[in-house]
Design a protein around this ligand. Structure first.
Ligand code: ZN
Ligand code: ZN
Length: 384
């Protein structure tokens, strides 16, 4: 067991026995649990399989007087809230004299190993302890409507998963692996060099802590395989183009009981033919005629969902003026909606029928005295 295993795993809890349980109580508890969770009695149940491994691991340590004492001592030294205590002064929990070097792989280098194990593992540098799965990023492309309303969609992605042939055990026909005899399951061996001890991944088991006599031919004993998995992803209403959505625990699987990583879904939103987005608001540009803008009008405008709404333009509406239609925008998290912002754009006819031409000419003549550029060239009126 690595130091980290010692610190993170509560073997007493795993076996459901008190800290001062006798060897006999531990054996009885183990046998009862092992019968319940044995893989032969739970074919294909990976939860039971994992539980069985935990139970076996706990029993391996607690049934061995020396290792149990080491375990108790390590937890006393480094366990929750205990802080760091100088080595050499303690007595093992089971009354066995405690030797710092014994616990952590020997000699003067013991302390270095402990610290290396604690901090190295935490930084994810070695494979010996429980390791969190990798974060995975994937991209989905949503229609504008789906982005506004929210959507549930399948996301197919390549992922590392348990080898289907051996169900992740790494052994032929699903045979269970055995604890590595070289590193005793820690996945780590220590090497002495120049008076310092270095922890390195066990060569026998390549850091896995487990060995198989007859490896599964498909995964060559690793228990892992690349596969496709399909996740159903719920994209919340109102996502924006380029937004990253974090799906906790949906990333790569953890190792040695570690938690899965996270999946980040980057959303690409295809533009809409009519509508745009501005935060929670939808935007829409509506062409109006000069006459409508000048005289005022009622204009029907579309909404993204639901029927058109009538927009009342006052007379003398300027080109580019924006009107707000409340509650017709994108949904917000709290269930309310943003607004629809309608910008009018005065359309200038490119062709005029003779009758329309005469009318425009009559309008020009009628407004000959009003120069829209009067303030532009007349110096006396600047700043007014
Ligand atoms: Zn396999
Ligand atoms: Zn090993």
């Amino acid at each position: 067991m690595s130091t980290r295993d010692f610190l993170e795993k509560d073997y007493y809890k795993t076996l459901g026995v008190p800290k001062d349980a006798t060897a006999d109580q531990i054996k009885k508890a183990y046998r009862k649990l092992a019968r319940t969770y044995h893989p032969d009695a739970n074919k294909g149940d990976t939860v039971a399989e994992d539980r069985f491994k935990e139970i076996s691991e706990a029993y391996d340590v607690l049934s061995d007087t020396k290792r149990r004492a080491e375990y108790d001592e390590a937890r006393t030294l480094f366990g929750s809230g205990g802080g760091f205590r100088a080595p050499g002064g303690g007595t093992g929990g089971a009354g066995v004299p405690f030797d710092f070097g014994d616990v952590f792989g020997g000699g003067a280098g013991g302390l270095g190993d402990v610290l290396g194990g604690l901090f190295g593992n935490r930084a994810g540098g070695t494979r010996t302890a429980a390791r969190r799965g990798a974060d995975v990023e994937s991209t989905v492309t949503l229609s504008f409507d789906d982005a506004v309303r929210g959507a549930t969609l399948p996301l197919r992605m390549a992922s590392e998963q348990a080898c289907p042939t051996c169900r992740g055990t790494g052994g032929r026909d699903g045979a269970l692996p055995a604890q590595c005899p070289v590193c005793h399951g820690s996945g780590q061996t220590s090497r002495n060099q120049g008076g310092f001890a270095f922890a390195e991944p066990c060569r026998e088991c390549r850091g896995r802590g487990l060995v198989v006599d007859d490896p599964c031919p498909d995964c060559r004993g690793s228990g892992r395989a690349m596969g496709q998995r399909t996740l159903t992803v719920r994209i919340p209403a109102g996502v924006k183009d380029g937004q990253r959505i974090r799906l906790k625990g949906k990333g790569g699987p953890g190792e040695r009981g570690g938690p899965a990583g996270d999946l980040f879904v980057v959303v690409k939103v295809t533009p809409h033919r009519l509508f745009g987005r501005s935060g929670d608001n939808l935007t829409l540009t509506v062409p109006v005629s000069f006459a409508e803008a000048a005289l005022g009008a009622e204009v029907k405008v579309p909404t993204l969902d639901g029927g058109p709404v009538t927009l009342r333009l006052p007379s003398g509406t300027a080109n580019g003026r924006t009107f707000r239609v409340r509650g017709k925008g994108a949904p917000r998290k709290d269930g309310t909606r943003g607004d629809l912002l309608v910008t009018v754009e005065v359309a200038v006819p490119t062709k005029l029928a003779p009758e329309a031409r005469s009318a425009v000419e009559a309008f020009r003549d009628a407004t000959a005295g009003e120069d829209p550029r009067s303030g532009l060239l007349d110096g006396s009126r600047t700043g007014g």
